[in-house]
Design a protein around this ligand. Structure first.
Ligand code: ZN
Ligand code: ZN
Ligand code: ZN
Ligand code: ZN
Length: 227
């Protein structure tokens, strides 16, 4: 996997590419976001606390999301969101905990208002066998009307990591599961070398997707935001 470079992402409001460590700053000045906020404020409905959350895949720094979650939304909503955009393969169990993954479990019916305050960091685990670990950190809050009708809004997301073909170093869009499981190699392949790759014990190579669960259990994507 490509490591070492500062990960880049994209603002969901204006489409601009932003460095991972500059997301909060950009969101604060993004004209399209300010417009979306002003439009929401002009609508009927109650203002509520809105939480800016940084979602980070543990051990895979290039996978991250910045979400805005309504105070009234629950961890169930957040769990569904993470499953849709990153995690869901076979309907495994999941849990949230406070104080590391062995810490106290937080019931999924808790709302963001009941949990988040400055410095709070939750761990989310999806699948207690081949686990995916995710950190959820509150990095800001504002009072206002949500910019959309859903419990959670996507504000920014990492760009698809760039992989290179293990044979020719050209950009790769396929991953061989047999390389991964049998040889412990991150076997990414270009179109041409995916065609001629000799491994098929785990099926054809799968298409790479923008998710930290790629290559785990039976995960194949789609890694799309649910809304
Ligand atoms: Zn923007
Ligand atoms: Zn699975
Ligand atoms: Zn190749
Ligand atoms: Zn292979």
């Amino acid at each position: 996997m490509s490591q070492g470079k500062q990960s880049k992402g994209k603002c969901a409001y204006c489409g601009q590419e932003i460095a991972k460590n500059a997301v909060a700053k950009h969101l604060g000045v993004c004209a399209q976001r300010q417009e979306a906020i002003a439009k929401a404020e002009g609508k009927k409905g109650e203002a509520e606390a809105l939480y800016h959350l940084r979602i980070q895949a543990v051990g895979l720094n290039q996978f991250w999301l910045d979400l805005e979650m309504r105070g009234s939304a629950t961890l169930k909503d957040l769990d569904s969101y993470l499953r849709a955009i990153w995690l869901e393969c076979c309907g495994h169990l999941s849990k949230f905990s406070l104080g590391g993954w062995q810490g106290n479990e937080i019931p999924k019916n808790r709302s963001a208002d009941e949990i988040f305050e400055p410095g709070v960091e939750l761990t989310h685990i999806y699948d207690f066998g081949t686990s995916s670990f995710t950190l959820i950190k509150m990095i800001g809050t504002r009072k206002g009307k949500p910019t959309g009708s859903w419990p959670i809004a996507l504000m920014a997301r990492n760009l698809m990591p760039e992989y290179e073909c293990i044979k020719c170093k050209q950009p790769a869009i396929w991953l061989c599961i047999e390389c991964l499981i049998e040889e412990n190699i991150w076997g990414t392949l270009c179109d041409e070398h995916a065609e001629t790759h000799p491994h098929d014990n785990y099926g054809e190579p799968i298409k790479v997707v923008n998710s930290p669960r790629l290559g785990l259990c039976g995960y194949t994507g789609p890694a799309e935001p649910p809304y």
